[in-house]
Write a protein that binds this ligand. Structure first.
Ligand code: FO1
Length: 318
């Protein structure tokens, strides 16, 4: 692979769409490294599941299911259907093709391979043209604190359908987890021209990556090199593109606005630019007052022309 010139920090479905936008619109897709959140990972049915890595891998390999956003297209569910009557756990839907990924990932991890090495192998087997890397090879696990007590992330997200009100988050293991070697390599690439914070959930997708020891130092080194660090708002007109980000903000006592996401990042001086949808134009001046350059562009990533438009707006910052 060529030296990284673009990095994208990504959660699951929203991040995967942004990664697709980048791949579709840069001259050399092999120079993109997508750094994925792995704090949603968990052990289920004895298997290591990495939902965000897989959402990104499947989309970039054109294997994804467009409607669900996660999992594989043309999926069958025979294993899950047989598991139910046996009394097995079926609340987390694992399709047959998707299961193959988890079985092979788990087998390779049990041989002692790192998650980075296993992911590189899966990406290569699935024919990806760019690098998708885990943020860390060490275990970091999101715990969502709620009004009904602490919940492991997938229990909150899938089993409880994000219903309990959120009071805060904890990322177990983050203090001792190291940034993965391919992630460090991408962050330190001399050729790096652009860093993108995808329109993923700022609290449970971006913060586990940004909270890894020295990650913020890497971003500030980029800013010193005048590499733009561009975040895309996951909030459009007060609603989340997908998932519980807006609901979480309300429960945390914040108005669910693009501006409050910009403030979340600017409090740690993490970004240089913030892309908002035209419906949020009224927040442009307040974002600029934070010392962040606003970019106004339709922020939905559902069509190829929309993805091209957003990338043109971002590439103008270079
Ligand atoms: N999300 C759901 O809402 N329900 C599911 O049953 C579900 C299963 C699933 C299986 C594999 C996988 O890679 C992802 C899956 N997801 C499911 C999505 C996942 O929970 C979320 O995308 C992320 O963890 C949040 O970014």
């Amino acid at each position: 692979m060529s030296e990284t010139t673009v990095i994208a920090l990504s959660g699951g479905v929203g991040g995967a769409k942004m990664a697709q936008a980048i791949v579709e619109n840069i001259e050399a897709p092999e120079t993109l490294t997508v750094i994925c959140n792995t704090a949603d990972d968990f052990e289920h049915l004895g298997l290591h599941i990495s939902p965000d890595l897989d959402s990104v891998m499947y989309r970039l390999g054109s294997l994804h299911d467009e409607e669900r956003g996660w999992g594989r297209r043309n999926e069958t569910w025979h294993c899950l259907e047989a598991l139910g009557p046996l009394g097995g756990e079926t609340w987390f839907q694992l399709g047959d093709k998707d299961l193959a990924t988890h079985i092979e990932r788990t087998r390779l991890l049990r041989t002692g391979a790192t998650l980075s090495a296993v992911t590189a192998r899966l990406c290569s087997s699935l024919g990806l043209g760019c690098s998708v890397v885990p943020m860390s090879d060490d275990s970091v696990r999101t715990q969502v604190n709620t009004d009904s007590g602490p919940l492991d992330f997938q229990h909150y997200f899938v089993r409880e359908r994000c219903q309990p009100a959120v009071t805060g988050f904890q990322f177990r293991g983050i203090e001792t987890a190291a940034i993965s070697p391919p992630c460090i390599q991408a962050l330190e690439s001399e050729a790096l021209e652009l860093a993108v914070l995808c329109p993923s959930n700022p609290y449970v997708s971006m913060d586990p990556i940004l909270g890894l020891t020295t990650f913020e130092d890497h971003l500030s080194a980029l800013r010193q090199r005048e590499v733009p660090v561009v975040a895309i708002s996951p909030i459009i007109g007060g609603s989340a593109l997908k998932g519980p980000a807006a609901k979480m903000m309300t429960e945390l006592g914040l108005e669910s606005t693009a501006l409050n996401v910009a403030k979340h990042y600017s409090a740690r001086s993490l970004i240089t630019h913030f892309l908002i949808d035209p419906v949020d134009r009224n927040q442009q001046a307040a974002i600029a007052d934070l010392g962040i350059e606003p970019i106004i562009c339709p922020a939905r990533l559902n069509t190829k022309p929309a993805r091209t438009h957003i990338m043109e707006a971002i590439l103008e910052t270079l």
